[in-house]
Design a protein around this ligand. Structure first.
Ligand SMILES: [Zn+2]
Length: 198
């Protein structure tokens, strides 16, 4: 008999508990929504990072290291680069062949991104392609040069970009010399050269 008396009480408690939960559902959902909002906001505000290799003191690439992506406004890039480099590096333009500073450049050293100074190519991998643009059979480090499909101008090409700041460098083709068979065809104006000290 005691059990029969207790059962309705227990049942009522369960009903109250469920009703209580339903009453609090809006509060729970608002809490979840706010958590999502702040998580998304934090993600948007957190600078994106990219893994690249920097220049070691002996001229070789360092171990892969996380670097913040460099993002600037068009106006800031224009002021930093000047008109010609801005059109090529930020606007995916192409300089005229046989006109750039480095197509026939034979000094020993490193070529850096003109926008963010990330090392991109080394003179050891430079060769005369006859195209009128500086050409390399490999990059300084595969992490530093990003390849992206480019279907503009009625052609499908592999665009090459600086991994840290997305500067347009040129294109890479499969008709290069050994050992890679690749030809990184680069605009001089997207590069900055630093000669190796003897
Ligand atoms: Zn860059």
């Amino acid at each position: 008999m005691q059990l029969m008396k207790r059962q309705p009480v227990v049942h009522l408690q369960n009903v109250e508990s469920v009703a209580d939960s339903i009453m609090h559902l809006p509060t729970i959902w608002i809490g979840i929504a706010l958590a999502c909002f702040f998580t998304m906001k934090t993600d948007a505000e957190t600078p994106k990072t990219v893994t690249v290799r920097l220049l070691a003191s002996d001229g070789s690439p360092t171990e892969p290291t996380a670097q913040a992506k460099i993002v600037k406004s068009d106006q800031d890039w224009q002021e930093q680069l000047g008109q010609e480099a801005y059109i090529v590096a930020r606007g995916k333009g192409t300089e005229h062949p046989f006109c750039g500073a480095f197509f026939d450049h034979k000094k020993t050293g490193h070529y850096f991104c003109t926008c963010c100074a990330l090392p991109l190519f080394v003179s050891d991998a430079k060769f005369d392609s006859g195209t009128g643009w500086p050409s390399f059979f490999k990059s300084f480090a595969p992490e530093n040069v990003v390849v992206s499909r480019d279907a503009s101008h009625g052609m499908v090409r592999e665009e090459i970009l600086c991994a840290r700041c997305d500067a347009h460098l040129g294109h890479v083709f499969n008709d290069g010399p050994p050992p890679t068979g690749l030809r990184y065809c680069v605009n001089s104006v997207s590069l900055r050269f630093v000669e190796k000290k003897p």
